[in-house]
Design a protein around this ligand. Structure first.
Ligand code: ATP
Ligand code: MG
Length: 411
């Protein structure tokens, strides 16, 4: 609560205030992502921040970090076990079923908003963070996997994010994964004492997740495990090859990373991750059984989520093209007239400067980097005119209110 050093009230650990330049980047990303999504037929669906905890247990997986360690859960006054949503995909699937949208396949939905995970706070890792996500449900086809990836890659590039690298993999379906899981058990069981505490539990409950371990010893042990691609069925292998060909056709560079299993249980076939300098900025993949987990039809989908905070500092926000107009009454007698003029100005950024002497007012106009100053003294007030000063070259004109709007439009 109070910082010991400064004695100031602090936000909750891992949560930060969003304002200023970061807010501009957030807004820019959301606006551009919505436009990009809309041009591919996606529409926005924003679900509640609070969900029943069960929404994430079966879908994301009881043994996933998200559910086993990171979920913010609580029982409300009515005794319901709820949580702050840790991710968006499962919530969107829940909403498709709850809202009766299952008859309108295929569905292309996008969402943005706050997610909550009791993660270890560090740069780019918060306990409240924001994601933008796309979900394309229905029409299982490698084209849709590749298109989704290309939407995100193009979006990030158009926002000025450089150094993007895309890794993809296929983790097949349930049967292939079960075969692979038993192979991992066979290889790692004799070495169980060298595994980290978490991975010993994973070996029993969900061995694939060991491949995702950040522990160095676990990673070394994983080097002896053959790649998951060796265990895919012919059909799964062909599907993955087709996703890769689609990416080749549209000139999206990628590398195949056979250890990319992702931390959420619902993925089947394609998984992918986009990184900038080793920091994941987007993760996603295909999910064959997620909608049916929620009582919907057995329809496959593909989706991904972009971590908005991880892009802060990487997005270029163009300087506003809007002119800054300041309205300055010369004396207190001119304030009301000037205030009225100030309110009649539209379509531009404007400030009303009425405190201090003329020198102070002009200093403030300079500090705001004003393009145009509308100065109103007794003469202007008596003749219903305005003195318009171009702050860049110092020239002045006397005009009426229509003349002012013309000057704003052409400058
Ligand atoms: P990581 O391995 O970095 O923990 P993850 O696999 O948990 O990522 P996903 O659940 O796939 O991440 O979420 C998609 C994206 O959301 C990530 O690529 C990342 O950009 C962002 N993200 C995930 N967790 C956090 C967090 N705690 N703070 C900020 N952004 C996050
Ligand atoms: Mg994580």
């Amino acid at each position: 609560m109070l910082s010991k050093k400064t004695n100031k009230i602090q936000p909750v650990r891992g949560m930060k205030d969003l304002y200023g330049h970061e807010y501009k980047q957030y807004k820019m990303l959301v606006d551009c992502a919505v436009l990009a999504g809309e041009s591919h037929g996606f529409s926005v669906m924003n679900t509640p921040i609070i969900e029943h905890r069960d929404v994430f247990v079966k879908s994301v997986g009881e043994t996933s970090d998200i559910v086993s360690k990171e979920i913010y859960e609580f029982t409300d006054k009515g005794g319901d076990l709820l949580c702050l949503r840790p991710e968006g995909t499962a919530a969107v699937m829940r909403a498709i079923v709850s809202e009766g949208l299952t008859q309108s396949m295929p569905l292309k939905l996008m969402y943005y908003g706050e997610m909550f995970r009791y993660d270890r706070p560090q740069r780019g890792r918060y306990r409240q963070f924001r994601q933008f996500g796309f979900e394309h449900i229905g029409d299982k086809s490698p084209y849709n996997d590749a298109t989704l990836i290309s939407i995100v890659m193009n979006l990030l590039e158009s926002l000025g994010v450089s150094g993007l690298s895309l890794c993809i993999n296929s983790i097949g379906g349930q049967e292939s994964r079960a075969r692979y899981a038993s192979e991992i058990r066979k290889i790692l069981e004799p070495k169980i004492s060298f595994l980290s505490h978490d991975s010993r539990i994973r070996l029993d409950k969900n061995p694939l997740r060991i491949l995702d371990s950040k522990d160095k010893c676990d990673q070394d042990l994983c080097a002896s495990i053959p790649p998951i691609t060796d265990y895919l069925s012919d059909q799964e292998r062909e599907y993955f090859a087709n996703v890769c060909s689609c990416l080749d056709t549209i000139n999206i560079n990628y590398s195949i990373d056979t250890s990319l299993v992702r931390g959420l249980d619902y993925y089947t076939d394609t998984t992918f991750e986009i990184k900038v300098d080793n920091l994941a900025v987007c993760g996603g993949g295909r999910y064959d059984n997620l909608l049916s987990e929620f009582g919907g039809p057995s329809v496959s989908g593909v989706g991904c989520a972009i971590g908005i905070e991880r892009l802060f500092g990487l997005i270029s926000v163009p300087e506003t093209l809007r002119k800054i107009v300041v309205v300055i009454p010369v004396s207190d007698h001119d304030i009301m007239y000037a205030y009225n003029v100030f309110h009649s100005i539209t379509g531009t950024r404007k400030e009303f400067i009425h405190i201090g002497d003329m020198k102070k007012k002009m200093q403030k106009a300079n500090k705001l980097c004003a393009d145009i100053a509308v100065i109103i003294g007794e003469t202007e007030r008596q003749s219903s005119t305005l003195c318009v000063k171009n702050m860049k070259d110092g020239s002045q004109e006397i005009v009426d209110s229509i003349g002012l709007m013309n000057i704003i439009d052409r400058s």
